[in-house]
Write a protein that binds this ligand. Sequence first.
Ligand SMILES: [Zn+2]
Length: 123
Amino acid sequence: MLEMMVVVPVDAQESAETSTRRFNKLHCELQCPQCWMISEAAVALPFGRPNGDGYRLGETLAWREGVPFEMGGRPADGHCVSEGAAQCGGCKTILAVSVHVWQDRLTKAIAVGEYRKTTCFSA
Ligand SMILES: [Zn+2]
């Protein structure tokens, strides 16, 4: 539990200074798979060019130029499914969130379970 709290900058207010430079935020509604509550969440995205303003679903993600996906670059054709993290507004569980990007647009975010620091990249 301690490890998760250290690794995941989910609280925008608490960690804005440090996290917004490295993580994008996706603001969306999530349904928690632990307590089933639907709440507004800020999902930390470990990809894309850091943008302090954050994103909403449907918006086009900015990529960093000249670097691979793992470093914030654009995946092939602008498609990827990757894992972000957010905190449930109800039970406060740190959740793993499956984030879908299609043609550079953030199309879907689904909380899939408790975050286990297994962030993986697929493109
Ligand atoms: Zn919950």
